[in-house]
Design a binder for this molecule. Structure first.
Ligand SMILES: [Zn+2]
Length: 288
């Protein structure tokens, strides 16, 4: 659960960085459907562009795979890159109101700012790792205690622009309780990550967005579809889908439902456009 599969993803990316076509094909086949469902859903009647953006997104992963230090979850990376491409496209098209989505105007995190010096980037990466670990630990504690409602509250606090009162109403909590949920999380993070610069809402937002902390593994979504989940987790998934309206998990679920009609043609196109960029065996990077 919660979208973090560091070790397996790292192995796959290392293989891709070495030019392993099977590993690359595995990644494309695994993620293309959910990405396409996400892009189609976000683009609405401009859905024809979805395929192009998905292809570009895979290329971005391929180009990053060699220096994949910053990639902790392939899925999160792909979704974040694709979402940015969609936002860019909307801007370019001067699309109809951008303000209709709660997922809009996510700020780029410091880590994504290209002008940072190497030392600053290193420092930002270190901070982010510490914060990610602490956040994951805090969420694990909430899960162990069955406090899924608190996780949803945090998610809405970090991922949406809804005021505390609205979040409380939706979850059956008072505004004071919602504030406490947030304070408890911040206190935990501060205690764990002592050397961290003051925690700003925007950096937590960026982190939450990039790591998809609240998102569900595909296997969990599958069990949800089959009504196999125990009560508390089932409630959580339901809230994540219907209240948080997580576009990533909704895309995953849609892809899951349509899996039988998979997209072999799209996969073939993605592989055809991206595989030539794979490193060839014996090829050195940077020509050193
Ligand atoms: Zn999700």
């Amino acid at each position: 659960m919660f979208g973090m599969h560091d070790a397996a993803d790292r192995m796959l990316l290392n293989a891709v960085a070495q030019g392993d076509e099977d590993a690359w094909s595995q990644i494309v086949t695994c993620y293309s459907g959910r990405l396409h469902a996400f892009a189609s859903g976000q683009l609405g009647r401009r859905g024809a562009e979805a395929e192009d953006l998905v292809q570009e997104t895979f290329l971005a992963l391929l180009q990053t795979a060699g220096g994949a230090e910053g990639i902790h979850s392939i899925e999160a990376f792909l979704f974040v890159v694709l979402r940015r491409k969609i936002i860019d496209l909307r801007r370019r098209c001067k699309a109809e109101n951008l303000t209709d989505s709660q997922w809009r105007h996510r700020t780029l995190s410091p880590i994504d700012t290209p002008s940072r010096s190497a030392a600053e980037a290193e420092e930002a990466l270190r901070s982010e790792r510490g914060l990610t670990k602490a956040m994951a630990e805090y969420l694990d504690n909430l899960k162990a205690a069955g406090s899924y409602r608190e996780i949803v509250a945090l998610e809405l606090l970090f991922m949406s622009d809804r005021p505390n009162k609205a979040i409380g109403n939706a979850l059956g909590l008072s505004p004071v309780q919602v504030t406490r949920v947030k304070q408890a999380a911040l206190e935990f993070l501060r205690a764990k990550v002592l050397d961290l610069a003051p925690l700003a809402d925007c950096s937590l937002r960026a982190l939450w967005e990039r790591r998809l902390f609240g998102c569900l593994k595909r296997s969990v979504l599958g069990q949800y579809e089959l009504d196999l989940l125990p009560g508390a987790l089932k409630d959580y998934v339901q809230l994540h889908l219907t209240l948080v309206e997580c576009p990533y998990c909704l895309a995953n679920l849609q892809d899951l439902r349509e899996e039988s009609a998979k997209l072999p043609a799209l996969n073939a196109r993605i592989l055809a456009t991206s595989t030539p960029f794979l490193r060839r065996p014996g090829q050195t990077s940077g020509g050193a």
